[in-house]
Design a protein around this ligand. Sequence first.
Ligand code: 1PR
Length: 531
Amino acid sequence: MVVTLLDYGAGNVRSVRNALLELGHTVQNVKNAEDIITAEKLIFPGVGSFGLVMQRLQEGGYIEPLQRRIRENKPFLGICVALQALFEGSEESPGVPGLGIIPGQVVRFPETTLSVPQIGWNGIRLQKDSKLFKGYEKEKLYFVHSYHAPVTESSQDWVLTLTDYGYEFVSAVEKGNVSAFQFHPEKSGKAGLRILNNFLVSDSDDTTIVKTRDRIGDKQTNIAKRIIACLDVRSNDAGDLVVTKGDQYDVRSGGDVRNLGKPVELAKRYYEEGADEITFLNITGFRDFPMQDQPMIEVLEKTSEGVFVPLTIGGGIREFTDSDGVSYTSLDVASAYFRSGADKISIGSDAVYAVEEYLQSGKKTGKSSIEQISIVYGAQAVVISVDPRRVYVHTPGDTKHTTIETATSGPEGERYCWYQCTVKGGREGRDIDVVQLVKVCQELGAGEILLNCIDKDGTNSGFDLELIAMVKNSVSIPVIASSGAGKASHFVDVFEQTSTDAALAAGIFHREEVTIGEVKDAVQAAGIAIR
Ligand code: 1PR
């Protein structure tokens, strides 16, 4: 099947392209407005904010052709913001008209007890029979969004699936040959690829309308806790890019950098084992020029060809000037990674500097890497990787920073500690604590926190539950607990004793001490929702 993609260059459309290629289809791009009308099958992967999507459609002269195609009932599939664009407007971009195909307005999730954005794997409740869900086995699908289509009387005849996140919202629409998903089929593993293929199987080949509704039932859906595999990547002493892993951030053993495998192969293995996400951290990013870091871009490109769950890349996301005097903004660096297949980027040191500047001036400049990237790609694409270290004190009055009373006392019997933020891979401590950092990052537009802990990293002694609980109480965006996992029960502990949204590990997976499947079995056996 020849599939036409509406790609206006705003983000990671590569994933959709890779998914279609994996399924054996041929992909071509929309080059002009005429292609929108004549394409046999058109896929529109919406990327960016509602306003940006509509602006790009306007600039390309695509609005009227899209409306016509849909009116003429020609095969159309919208993904994520493209579902939202079918409505009349969105709270995200007030005053910007949508395509106006479906009556009503898109709204934001309220920040109640649930994290916003919704990032992760949730279920669906099918409201009518559809060939799109042929072979669907109740698998969870990947969502990442802060805005959603509400359930209303006026849009009822369009609703294909509903999903629960605090309350029910519209997660897929369909009328005739026109459909759209709020979830990302291209990032939803094998289940997502099957759904995507169902859209593409031509009607003459297969007209089955699958009676899946009864089988799926009407039970409330719930979001799964995510299990993430992390690959710390750097050049070893022979100059090859390898996955490495340290103890409290020291990656050398007997003088050499530890080599635990090849990045692309390991990522593929974790995908096959059921990882919900893969994170790459270029741990020498602070000293290299990332735009010249071609091997890392290649790793991302190759990985995204065969891994259909979200990919995050961190390390070296900041502005810099190269040896020829050419300057790049952090947005340029992030854009290169998004084009290569990243779904999210993660910012470490540069986030600390941005927060220091904000705390000094009390003003947003709009120029920090967090703000620049979040405005263009959306908050959900911006992760902050935090590298805190414990600083013990005898009483809370001994420091201006936010302390906790800890069950693990300090070397001199101190009963309190605060968490100092560091930069340059833990090499340099700054006068800023983790609570200050995460609150300001959220304010500046970050969508998620990757919470490491230098004291725990590589120790196999379990997550720092006190730190995780403290950070979860400070922000409403999702938090990924990281550092210290040594056995499957540590994941159960972190999900039972904190409200963290996800848990990440590196060493135990690389050394094959525990598989992702074993972690998931243990978490599920404890009655916690998992994919
Ligand atoms: O500052 O924006 O260039 O980003 C650098 C990134 O590299 C940061 O995200 C920082 O956390 C990471 N990093 C820098 N140096 C190291 C190092 O190890 N020497 N690794 C490093 C951080 C932390 C986790 C790790 C977990 C789980 N690694 O990603 O994988 O702690 O490990 P475990 O399960 O084995 O305990 P910038």
